[in-house]
Design a protein around this ligand. Sequence first.
Ligand code: SF4
Length: 375
Amino acid sequence: MDLKTPGLYIHIPFCISKCHYCDFYSLTSISAVPHFLKALFKEMETYRKRFSPFDTVYIGGGTPSLLSPQQLEDILTSVRKNFDLMGDSETTVETNPPDLSLSLLESMREIGINRINIGIQSFDEKVLAFLGRRHSVKQAISATETSRKTGFQNIGLDLIYGVPGQDMSSWLDTLKQAVAFSPEHLSCYQLTLGTKTPLGIRCKAGEFRMPGEESQYEFFIKTSEFLEDAGYIHYEVSNFARETKYASRHNQKYWDHSPYLGLGPSAHSFRDNQRWWNHRSVDQYITSINAGNLPVEETENLTMEQLRLEALYLGLRTRKGVSLHDFKNQYQYDLFAEKREMLDKLREEGLISIQDGRLYPTQTGLAVADSLALI
Ligand code: SF4
């Protein structure tokens, strides 16, 4: 896999209802979907052939699985018309359990989607209700089983831990149930609450307390141990793969500073030292495209120092770590010489290891990856 091959992200900014913890921008009225899709196709035309062949397409959101099979097919048809895709491209769609009927899954396979990500979050009914998810445990199980039955050989399940009221045994039970399906990929995210989300407001009002740092750390370590014992590779802070080949090829691009093009409201793009992002509002996005403009809200030119800090921050979130040699070549900075004392200290504290010219986070290091990069 060429890590510098660009990836394509398409953002579908609609959801049937808002989950109580969600801080993402999405609309719960789907009346604008047809206008949005027309604008999206125009945006694709604007970038026509301006990126070399993609080897990943990631349709995320929001809730892309609320689109009809025809709408999903139209999106992929437009992608193929405007861009070159490599033969073995990874094509992922993010989905919600209640949407995954046998017929939708069969259509997805027919149009070339070969990876499916299911927002399960929990196999505990109480946790799902607290989070305000619109599905039940029964629907989560059925969605996963039906995906496999339809022939998907690359299934990812998203789960959330650190939910108030969720104890370790409930979380381990969710992990046990998830592993029983042998998904190729698991993402385990720690719950974080934006202050303006319904749960964030309730938390601020003192209705409940979020688990403390120690407890979050315990969840993190137990998750890593449980899934590694079950044969999964803990390859990034929140991500686990059954085999190396099942690590998300698309998400890897964000961590490796590979180029990516993001289409749709709020989508971010990156190439060389430039990052740009689209308007968040669907209305503004559509209006801008219909007026013949790119829907770009802002463009940022990253300095060598910014790129270097990002590369370190992102690299230390992955088990692959950072190659000191490549880092020096790419960012003109000898990490080993400049930060020797700090690296020795982190090594003594058991947070990193240095082997064969690479800097690796340990399991404990991964748990505090955000602060590791502050070296
Ligand atoms: S389905 Fe996902 S994007 Fe939509 S409200 Fe829930 S968490 Fe947010």
